[in-house]
Design a binder for this molecule. Sequence first.
Ligand code: CAA
Length: 387
Amino acid sequence: MNIGIDKIDYYSPNQYVDLVDLAQRRNIEPDKFTIGIGQEKMALPLLSQDAVTMAAMAADKILNDIDKKDIELLIIGTESGVDESKASALYVRDLLGLPSSVRAFEIKEACYGTTAGLQMAYNFVAQNPEKSALIISSDIARYGLDTPGEVTQGAGSVAMLIKKNPSILKLENDSVFMSENVGDFWRPTYSQYAFARGKYSNEVYIRFFTELYKQYFEKNNNGIEDISALLFHIPYTKMGKKALQAVEELIPADKYADFMKRYESSTILSKNIGNLYTGSLYISLISYLENSDQVEADDKVMLFSYGSGSMGEIFTGKVQPGFKEKLQKKKHLDTLNNRRQLTVDEYETEFKKELEIKDGNYFVGNQTDDKFFLEQIKENERIYKSI
Ligand code: CAA
C-alpha cells in the first residue's frame, strides 16, 4: 500500500528581526551570520503565540471537514510544550474541532519528535487504510539574548496529513536509525532556554549522518544514483551543508554539485524564519518541493532527521505526480515578504516579556491577527481561543 504525506503546510509568526541588524548590534561582522551560519531573518513569537497556537495554525491551513472526519491519530512533536503533564495535542484537537475518537498525544525527543510521529503514522495507516493521521511539529527555539545560539533561534510549526495514496510524498518504509546518550543540547525543566554545546552538536550531527548514510545503502542494497536530493534537519542552514560536504568523496562530482544546488532550494524558508526544531526537516522538504525547478514525479528524496541527545534517522520518500498543485509557493513567499520587521530594541523587549502569573492568573489577549491564540492563564490553566 502507498502511504505518505498527502498535505503539508507550515506556519510561522508574522514578525521577525533581520540578522544583519542583530549582528551590528552585537558588534559582529554580518557575514558571519549570513554566510558563516547561513541565516538571514528570524521569526519571533509574541506572548499569545506558543506551541499549541502555532500547531493549530499550521494544521488549520491544510484540513477541510472531510479530512477532519477521517483523522484518528494526532501527534505533536515538540520540545517547547506548554505543560509537563497535559499534551498540547489535546488543546489542538479542540481548537481544530477534531472528533473525540482521535488518539491525541505529544512526543518529545528534541528535534526528532516529529519523525517518530511520522513513523507511527505510517504504521497506523498501514493497519487502518481508510483512516488518516495528523502529525504536527511546533516549537519555539530560544537560546537567550546575546548568546552564541541567539542567531539560530526561530519559531514555527509544520502540519502533515498522512494517508494512503498520498498526493505529495510516498514514504518508502526503508529507515535506518541510531541513538546514543549524548550531551550536545538539552533544556532542563527549570529553564526556558536551551543549553547547547554548539560545535559538539555539529560534530555529533555529522557523525550520525555519515554513519546512517552508509547504513542506508547497505541495508537497502541500492546506491546514490537512486536518490535525487538530500534533505536535512536544518537548525541553521550551514549545518546541513556541512553534513553534505562530509559525504562529498562518496558521491560522483556532478551528482554532488547537483545535490548542493538542490540543497540551496531546501534552505530558502529556514533562512528567512530560523530554527523550527522539530519542524526543521519538514520545512526544508516544503522549501525544496516549492523552490527547486528540478523536482519531478517519482524522484526519490532522502531525509535526515536529527534530534539532539541524540537520535538520528534516514528515510526516503517518492515525490508523487501532481505534488506542485498541492503546495503554496507564491502564498508562502508573499507571506514572508509581508511580515512586520522588528528593530533590535523591539525584538529584545518582546523577547524579555513573560507571562507574569499572579495568584494563578494572567490575561494575555490576542496580540496578532492569528485565528488561534492564548487568551489567558486562569487558575493556572491555559485558556486558548479562536476568532
Ligand atoms: N564571514 C563569513 N564567515 C564567518 C565570518 C565572516 N566574517 N566570521 C565567522 N565566520 C564563520 C566561521 O568560520 C564559522 O564557519 P565554519 O563553521 O564553517 O567553520 C561560522 O561562521 C560560525 O562561526 P563560529 O563557529 O565562530 O560561531 P560561534 O562560536 O558563534 O557558534 C554555533 C556558532 C555553534 C552555530 C552557535 O550559534 C550555536 O551554538 N548555536 C546553537 C546550537 C545549535 O543550533 N545546534 C544545532 C544542533 S542541535 C539541534 O538541532 C537542536 C535539537 O535537536 C533540538
